[in-house]
Design a protein around this ligand. Structure first.
Ligand SMILES: [Zn+2]
Length: 404
């Protein structure tokens, strides 16, 4: 029986997605052999953590040429600048503060802390990404974070006033070891905050495409409160973020007697209202995911049968889950338009749909577009207003399949 990575209790399977390729495993040629793994989602009824059943060995996931560089997106750059400003405000009255960021990537957030002259350290396990952070003026240490590395950092720099991490914690399988490190490094009265995709948004919108190999955990206030408690820490605040189709930022402090904000109480109540503390909540999620997949496939088949074509918009990593699980391949989608240079002329993992440059879509007369990058709908609708004004239509699918 599978056991919970956090508390060792028996897990309940929520749903199985079948054999899934690596979400970011875009193929250069159709002759390439693909790595597949049985993707399942599980729930722990003891500590409420939602997690993948199997994980993919890192060597299969990060095949040398993969690296996510945060600073490529303007919206994300603005988001992280906001995070840096929040940290500075928090530290205004602290003398000689020390900030540690786990998974600092190319320094997109920490460079603002560096520019403000605040003592800081970025922890980044990927050496080539760490080099980019150094070039941005950030102090970086290339290592994994755990209790032993936390002891070393503490001996050299003292304890941290702020520890943070964005879209990092959900990727780390041995999360208990990270929290053991945080327990060592975080100063009394200091704060840990981290943000990741929020299971409440995923369940509420049925946006199951957030579930893929790189995301081991899908956090809620319920599960983070339990995780913190195991390490003599306490969840004290939560702030919802509109990035990545709905993320949550969790604030955690040492001890158990801190002031807990009303927001924590309210969010946990909302989570309980949709039964995120109970397998029944996830059974409903599974049913609604399956209904969306069925409706979407039927709609695409109808369009195809009429002799019209459908193209995709945005060859995102997360669309790998949607396309593979719903069984939407090259027979239903002519190609997917994307403007990421290293994706153009490749094929989607598992479903082998060709990816073409955005210019191709602009010159095309396709009238039906499957909006795979649905979390950027607002910006995309603004950008494509001429396409829509001339009768072009986007197909969106969360929380239900709609042509708009
Ligand atoms: Zn558990």
């Amino acid at each position: 029986m599978r056991t919970c990575r956090i508390c060792d209790s028996a897990l309940t399977e929520i749903m199985s997605f079948g054999d899934m390729p690596i979400a970011n495993g875009f193929l250069t040629s159709l002759e390439e052999k693909e790595f597949l793994f049985p993707m399942t989602l599980h729930f722990c009824s003891q500590c409420y953590m939602v997690q993948l059943g199997e994980t993919v060995p890192p060597e299969a996931m990060f095949n040398g040429n993969y690296q996510f560089v945060s600073s490529t997106s303007k919206a994300m750059a603005d988001h992280f600048q906001g995070n840096a400003e929040e940290i500075q405000t928090r530290l205004k009255n602290v003398s000689d503060p020390f900030v540690v960021e786990l998974g600092c990537n190319d320094g997109i957030m920490l460079k603002h802390i560096a520019q403000a002259g605040i003592r800081h350290l970025g922890i980044e396990p990927s050496a080539n990404v760490a080099e980019m952070a150094k070039a941005n003026g950030v102090n970086v240490s290339v290592q994994f974070f755990n209790k032993a590395t936390a002891e070393k950092i503490k001996a050299e720099h003292g304890q941290a006033d702020v520890i943070c991490g964005s879209n990092v914690f959900c990727h780390i399988e041995d999360l208990n070891s990270v929290f053991e490190g945080i327990q060592v490094l975080l100063k009394d009265g200091g704060v840990l905050f981290f943000e990741d995709p929020y299971i409440y948004d995923i369940v509420k919108k049925s946006s199951f495409d957030q579930i893929y190999d790189e995301h081991v955990y899908y956090f809620s206030g319920l599960s983070v409160a339990e995780l913190a408690k195991r390490h003599q820490l306490q969840l004290v605040d939560m702030a919802h973020q509109d990035v990545h189709g709905g993320s949550m930022r969790y604030y955690i402090q040492p001890g158990s007697q801190n002031t807990v904000t009303e927001r924590v109480v309210e969010w946990i109540q909302k989570e309980e209202d949709i039964q995120l503390n109970d397998t029944r909540g996830y059974e409903k999620f599974k049913d609604s995911v399956n209904a969306i997949c069925r409706d979407l496939k039927t709609m695409l088949e109808d369009i195809k049968q009429r002799g019209d074509k459908v193209v995709g918009y945005g060859a995102t990593s997360k669309s790998t889950t949607l396309l593979n699980y719903a069984g939407i391949g090259h027979d239903l989608i002519d190609y997917i338009s994307d403007n990421t240079p290293n994706k153009i002329n490749k094929y989607t993992p598992g479903t082998h749909i060709p990816i073409k440059a955005y210019e191709e879509f602009q010159q095309d007369n396709a009238r039906h577009v499957l909006l795979l990058a649905w979390n950027h709908k607002k910006e995309i609708f603004a950008k494509e207003k001429d396409f829509r004004a001339s009768g072009g239509r986007f197909i969106t699918f969360f929380p239900e399949v709609v042509i708009e």
